[in-house]
Design a protein around this ligand. Structure first.
Ligand SMILES: Nc1nc2c(c(=O)[nH]1)N[C@@H](CN(C=O)c1ccc(C(=O)N[C@@H](CCC(=O)O)C(=O)O)cc1)CN2
Length: 294
């Protein structure tokens, strides 16, 4: 018998939930969670899980079709999340998450994110772009996204910029901050406030070539691969948990500028994947590593 989508006019509204959770690994978790889904009248449409032997933690991501409202589903889940001391998040499948872009002068990542967002390929909404240079104002205007720039040239202006970041996060209920080739180091204080919700795109295959000017470093080293790394931002520069990486083959004939041009596509693609997975609740933190349920 095929499962017909319940579309009769009298059928209860169906919600499409995504549930991401982690807890200490132990028997009974999947049984308890699937029981809660059944109790809510739901059907599991996607399920992934992982047991980390490194940390002894269990990770799971479910998508559930259910007539239960958020309140009803959360009430059903509560005894289980308390019993297993779970870290968990319940969200709506496909919801566009409120995302703040931080930028400097490089256009390619900002342009790619806004192009994909406008085309409906990227589940984000961008209420504002904050930059430390005015360069990308026209790009923001082209996509109809508000843009603000304020220079960061000394500790006072860096503090002012970061206070503006805090204000925008509060005002727009920002869920994700993307450093789209933002070339200033965030203070330890702001990193702590943004723990687990700020993603940077580094223009090298980390841990190689951290810091500024990685392509120049790579050219000097005579590498045969260049790459890009999307990672969570922490106070340890370019040391945050890695979310996604990719590489592209190069050779001796390419000048630094040619490496930069080749790398930009890789950076945009890598960042786009990381932002998509974050928006879809597919990234879970396991200490200094990430679990990615693609
Ligand atoms: N706290 C963190 N801040 C930032 C991180 C991070 O991981 N933790 N990633 C960087 C991005 N980045 C490489 O991807 C990077 C950017 C800038 C620099 C740097 O040395 N900047 C100089 C000033 C540069 C300028 O004049 O504009 C500085 O801030 O002193 C290194 C690495 C983003 N921030």
């Amino acid at each position: 018998m095929t499962h017909e989508q319940n579309t009769s006019p009298n059928s209860p509204a169906t919600h499409h939930w995504v549930l991401a959770l982690s807890c200490v690994d132990q028997p009974g978790i999947v049984h308890a969670i699937s029981g809660a889904v059944v109790e809510s009248g739901g059907n599991i449409t996607e399920s992934q899980q992982f047991s980390s032997h490194d940390t002894g933690r269990f990770f799971m991501r479910l998508q559930v079709q259910s007539p239960a409202t958020r309140e009803r589903f959360e009430a059903t889940l509560q005894p289980i999340t308390e019993r297993y001391d779970m870290t968990w998040k319940l969200d709506v499948v496909g919801r566009r998450i409120r995302t703040l872009l931080l930028a400097s002068t490089a256009e390619h990542c900002v342009n790619d994110l806004l192009f994909r967002q406008r085309g409906g390929q990227l589940p984000i909404e961008v209420p504002l772009i904050l930059a430390n240079h005015p360069t990308l104002g026209r790009t923001a205007e082209f996509y109809g996204v508000p843009f603000e720039s304020q220079p960061v040239t000394n500790p006072e202006s860096k503090a002012a910029f970061e206070n503006r970041v805090r204000a925008v996060i509060a005002e727009h209920h920002i869920e994700l901050v993307v450093l789209a080739r933002y070339m200033q180091i965030l203070s330890p204080e702001l990193c702590a406030e943004l723990n687990g919700m700020a993603i940077n795109i580094h223009h090298s295959f980390l841990p190689g070539f951290k810091g500024a000017n990685p392509y120049r470093q790579a050219h000097s080293r005579g590498v045969k691969l260049i790459g890009a790394t999307a990672h969570f931002v922490t106070s340890d520069l370019d040391e945050g948990p890695i979310i996604e990486q990719d590489v592209v083959r190069v050779d001796h004939s390419l000048a630094p500028a040619e490496l930069v041009a080749l790398g930009q596509d890789e950076e945009s693609r890598t960042l786009r994947r990381a932002v998509t997975w974050f928006a879809e609740n597919r990234i879970l933190l396991d200490g200094d590593r990430t679990i990615i349920f693609q």
